[in-house]
Write a protein that binds this ligand. Structure first.
Ligand SMILES: *Cc1c(COP(=O)(O)O)cnc(C)c1O
Length: 345
């Protein structure tokens, strides 16, 4: 088999949820958008449901289908993008709770699905999703009379604990919601770590469940091993891969590994990434191709059968740093071709 092996540990996802839940005195939901940050939304949601999670968030209504099918009618599934034109049937049939982002969405929802659950998303300064303070002031009374399930907002800088935007958004959120008789939510993973003031009635962690920063105490969730297809000796002065960008400055052994940018291993990692054989680092040399990587294994005393890209020696965020991105992107880009081994609950 030449596909990489992606091991997904659902027990670690559950442990991370429990750890984040234990940091608050309020309820803890789970964000499973983008197919559970690339790890399989249905499997992740099933494991978390067994562990007691009763509220899930997705970005788009379509993403809820697999989760509803897996878990049945019990858990609440909320949609960050709210109630878009064309979503009405899905929202009704799957029993979703849209987080309404604008007066337009509120009106559309109340007209098309009167009496159907909804929440409200407020903008507290990020300027991405949600009603602004004036819009909210205009419709709050009407919306609150319909008993929304949740009023929420989202922090722009929660991964930087000392950023002045955090207390600013907290103050805005309080100004817009203090005194209402509806559950409130402000914190994702970063907000949980900011402390109790940010917790309100419900937190919405995503990345922390999947083992990523800013939750630096997270248990690692994935390991990615790539099979070696071929190993060859190259003489000093020979070149490797597209564009001849790497040239051996000594007699070297090069392993060709099966995985490439079509599997989410970005070309930015060309000549930069490190794979591991046990504890021994093996540098990626030359360009990342669509399906293949070339790795300098000269330092190894044995011929490797596989090399590890994500594992004990290098976690998702370590790899993300080399690729000049964040763990979120590494996870959500994990390819569809990997042989996925999901274990745990
Ligand atoms: C993605 C998202 C979350 C989860 O954020 P993490 O940083 O992954 O914990 C929570 N709320 C909203 C609105 C989001 O878009």
């Amino acid at each position: 088999m030449s596909t990489g092996r992606l091991i997904i540990d659902l027990d670690a996802v559950v442990a991370n949820w429990r750890a984040l839940d234990a940091m608050t005195d309020c309820k803890t939901a789970a964000v499973v958008k983008a197919n559970g940050y690339g790890l399989g939304a249905a499997n992740v949601a099933k494991a978390l449901f067994k562990a007691g999670v009763r509220q899930f968030f997705v970005a788009m209504a379509e993403e809820a289908a697999a989760i509803r099918e897996e878990l049945g009618p019990k858990p609440e599934i909320s949609v960050f993008s709210g109630h878009m034109q064309g979503d009405t049937d899905l929202i009704r049939e799957l029993g979703l709770t849209p987080m309404l982002n604008s007066v337009e969405q509120l009106t559309h929802h109340l007209e098309t699905l009167p009496g159907h659950p909804f929440g409200i998303q407020l903008d507290t300064g990020m300027n991405r999703l949600g009603m602004e303070i004036d819009e909210w002031a205009a419709v709050a009374e009407l919306a609150l009379a319909q008993k929304p399930r949740l009023v929420m907002s989202h922090l722009a800088c929660a991964d930087e604990p000392d950023h002045p935007m955090n207390p600013y958004q907290l103050a805005q959120f309080k100004k817009m919601t203090d005194g209402i008789q509806v559950p409130r939510s402000l914190a994702a993973t970063g907000g949980v770590l900011l402390g109790p003031e940010y917790h309100f009635d419900l937190t919405r962690p995503g990345i922390g469940l999947y083992g990523g920063l800013p939750f630096d105490q997270a248990s690692p969730v994935i390991e990615l091993d790539l099979p070696v297809v071929q190993v060859r000796d190259v003489a000093e002065g020979e070149v490797v891969g597209y564009g001849n960008v790497w040239q051996a400055n000594r007699a070297s052994r090069i392993a060709t590994v099966s995985a490439g940018y079509a599997d989410g291993i970005t070309r930015i990692l060309s000549d930069k990434a490190t794979l591991y054989h046990g504890d021994t680092p093996c540098p990626l040399v030359g360009r990342v191709s669509m399906d293949l990587l070339t790795i300098d294994v000269t330092e190894l005393t044995e011929t490797p059968k596989k090399l590890t890209l994500i594992g004990p020696q290098q976690n998702v965020d370590d790899l993300a740093r080399v690729a000049n991105t964040i763990g979120y992107e590494v996870l959500t880009q994990l390819g569809a071709r990997y042989n996925r081994k999901t274990f745990g609950k």
